[in-house]
Unconditional design. Sequence first.
Length: 449
Amino acid sequence: MTGPDDLTPYIERRARLAARMEPGAVAVLATAPELLRNGDSDYPYRHDSYFYYLTGFTEPESVLVLVAALGDVPARAILFCREKHVEREIWDGFRYGPEAARAAFGFDEAYPIGELDAQMAGLLANAPALYYALGHSAALDAQVSSWLKAVRAKSRTGIAAPSTTHHLLGILDEMRLLKDAGEQALMGRAASIAAGAHARAMRFTRPGVFEYEIEAELLHEFRRHGAQFPAYTPIVASGANACVLHYNANNRQCLDGELVLVDAGCEFDGYASDITRTWPVSGRFSAPQRALYELVLRAQDAAFAAIVPGRPYSDAHTAAVNVLAGGMLELGLIDRTKYGTPEDAVLEKAHLPFYMHGTGHWLGMDVHDVGPYRDLTLPDRPSRPLLPGMALTVEPGIYVRPGEGVPEEFWNIGIRIEDDVIVTDEGCRILSGDAPKRVADIETLMGER
């Protein structure tokens, strides 16, 4: 087996991180552990996103150590990983081993994972600072403490332990927030696969099918096109279930006259997609369903228009909420005798019974990707400005539960429409546009069943 076709992004990321560290400082980052599911069966292994971002290496029991440049001594990237073990490979599959991993993934040095504790005492000796994921892993915290204790025990010989410790993940969060061209291409592929899965699920849906049958169509399409995992547990919510935001039991029968809300994305080569579509089980929207659906579409279009470099991240949510509140007033969901304008209704939070979540989130290696939504460098911590290369979802919705004063024609209708976008120099590029979402497109597609 060979490593990534292009090592450049990983090498450049490691170099960028090392350049942000104090000269001679050491950074340590471990991948995710394997997790037991039950008995002697593990959960499918998935690497740590931060570790993969810097290495491209997917084997468990691996640790990356970076040593920043100091004077004429260049920076070093060191991998600790599992040794080659022919017998274990018979049972568990291929493993690189240190030397092959060093060559295939562009590290300066590589050693067996069993040597980590012994080597770290030497690597930390006289290093001015240590960068690691503080509090991220109890096991790593314990190891770091043991390394520092071992170095401090040599103080009488003139060896000093790092005098400062820095939280590594905050630096990586800012790096990961801006996606390069390669990352954007992978996210586009993940979105394309998921969009096709949604179209397949629409064609499959008809009265009488169970939610889990629709889920099976999604999962089949994900894997058929090379996605390694669903990016999260799919939501297939019919009827009143669509008004439960994180519903995922997926065990109810879909009935004629209802809508089904499907929130499902896949992971392709470490990058996630996140798409939601809502469609009629019968293939045609009723008048009340269509009225609410078109309102959510208008809100999403308003949010797209607000995604412009330099504008605050929160502008997309504000734009969507104002449209939704205006529509709620027109349709009688919000009492028109109490609020004169959509802005008045939003100010008094009259929309919250029907729309209670944000209009999006960062997207990338994780579905809810890393990075702060506010500018933490300013005292009032305003919403941070958008920059080209940021990736986010846009997902307005409306959820109408039965209640006093709520028009009965809208009861138990839940609608969400979610797309994945990249901020560009001029606005945004929609990655998931192949998933049908206009009323005519959905009804035409479902009419071909």
